[in-house]
Design a protein around this ligand. Structure first.
Ligand code: GLP
Length: 244
């Protein structure tokens, strides 16, 4: 779906999320959301906060799982996704403490593999993700599933691609400071979500969007695996759709 601009597109995504939260509330169910970070989803979070403040949207029945986190990183670091989520969403809505889950970037190396399995089990314990929102990296990564990530991959520690580190350099005040690794949900974890929305804005994403939508599904561009998801939508502004 192509929108005139990212603001209009983000409002539409927020409305879909709000409708899902409300429909689950109506039946007394928990709404399990898979959340993303980066610049792409910020206007969606702004609109969700507005819906909470002005239209009484409650997050009381919402449980969230974030896609990824740098490793190692402390939660109070400027670049941490824990900090990002609190600043952009969690601190402004009524989501119960304990309902948000973000991969832990502080664990000792020998604890990470078991932790990743627990993250998967926790998602499963809520019956899986109802909706996963995604941005896309210029490498075609979703979450931090860099090229080479298989369709079956699950939550794990990965090594960031060079292109991803270049793109993150300004956040870390220099490429040499960017974390070498990250913990990310796998492609398989994302594919198991009942509904997936991938968003991309701006001309800088136009080429990877074209390869994602029109190229062959392959681990060379992990986002292409979404072509085979039964309920995935790619939401673009006109600039990101320019090469389709
Ligand atoms: C980051 C995140 C991804 C995100 C992507 C794009 O590295 N881990 O989840 O989709 O890069 O970032 P942005 O939205 O800032 O373009």
């Amino acid at each position: 779906k192509v929108y005139d601009d990212s603001r209009e597109a983000s409002v539409a995504v927020a409305e879909e999320i709000a409708a899902l939260i409300r429909s689950k509330q109506a039946t007394g169910e928990t709404c399990v959301l898979g959340l993303a970070t980066g610049s792409t989803p910020t206007k969606v979070y702004d609109e969700l906060v507005r819906l909470h403040r002005e239209e009484g949207l409650s997050f009381g029945n919402v449980v969230t799982f974030n896609l990824d986190e740098y490793y190692p990183i402390t939660p109070d670091s400027l670049q941490s996704y824990v900090r990002f989520m609190h600043e952009h969403l969690f601190d402004h809505v009524d989501i119960p403490v304990g309902n948000m889950h973000i991969p832990d970037g502080t664990l000792p190396a020998d604890k990470v593999a078991a932790y990743c399995q627990e993250y998967e089990s926790k998602i499963a314990s809520f019956g899986g993700l109802d909706l996963q929102i995604l941005g896309i990296g210029r490498t075609g990564h979703i979450g931090f599933n860099e090229p080479g990530s298989t369709l079956q991959s699950r939550t794990r520690l990965i090594t960031l691609d060079h292109v991803t580190k270049v793109d993150a350099a300004s956040d870390f005040f220099g490429e040499e400071n960017v974390s070498r690794k990250a913990i990310t949900m796998g492609v398989g974890t994302i594919m198991d979500a009942e509904r997936v929305i991938l968003m991309a804005w701006g001309e800088g994403k136009a080429e990877i969007v074209r390869r994602t939508v029109e190229g062959e599904a392959s681990h060379e561009i992990p986002a292409t695996f979404l072509q085979n998801h039964p309920n995935a939508t790619v939401i673009l502004d006109t600039a990101a759709a320019d090469q389709l």
